[in-house]
Write a protein that binds this ligand. Sequence first.
Ligand SMILES: [Zn+2]
Length: 293
Amino acid sequence: MKRILPFVAATLLGAVCPAAEPPPPRARAEVEAVLRAVPRDPGVAAQRLKILLVAGPKDHGPGEHDYPKWQKDWAPLLAKAPNVEIVTAFPWPTAEQWEGADLAVFYLKTQWNASQLEQIQKHQSRGGGLVTIHWAIGCDQNWHDHARHFGLSYKSASYRHGPVNLRLALPEHPIALGLPRQMPFVDEPYWPFIGDPEKVKVLATSDEKIHQGDDRRQNPGDDTVKTIPVFWTYEPEGTQARVFVSIFGHYMWTFDDPYFRLLLLRGMAWAARGNASPYRFDALATEGVALRN
Ligand SMILES: [Zn+2]
């Protein structure tokens, strides 16, 4: 019985969410080459940054959407960088925490209601940066208002879990500099997005059979492929604010992938108010990460 139960549980779970195998570690030599490809700037840490890490209650299965674990792991990781103040908020920042924040990073599922967007507006109007990870882009209402702050919005629609071939769309962008043009990941893209795609800069994409996701909208007979955004930047009109969005971040193993870390860490540094060097956190990309020799 003891042996059967886990099997039954795994089978039932597999029916709703197909099992994915963790990706192999990246090759050390390749990762080191990427790290060497960026300009060295001794002044990278000159600007002090107050960074809010905002997490919410965990959802999904083990090893997925573990917002509290991310916050617990990434607060001390980022605190290793020089000249930063890391503040953790759960499930939403207080007025005092917002005060003077150069950057707010959201990894959670939240509504993005009018009161939340008002606080986002205030933060952006004084040039504050924003980063959202994975389901943090999911919004429950007023999608076009939400898109005005984040570039594009996502209403629970299509998605797919599993291997993804991520392709750089803007390899010359500072956030993507030196990274391979194509990188295999095991994570989860979303589509379609709401908003004007002309207003964002898409950094990396995935080609998806848009009618064959894991959601209920799938249509096995339709092989239509579309190139969909997975990482983008956005600069809201009339502000000095910057936004970086990562759709990846479903599986917790992605956070220990040095290429994902580089995209996220550089996205954070790029988005922070004052526009610090995007490479100031690069050294954290391999901190505690398994690499293949
Ligand atoms: Zn997910």
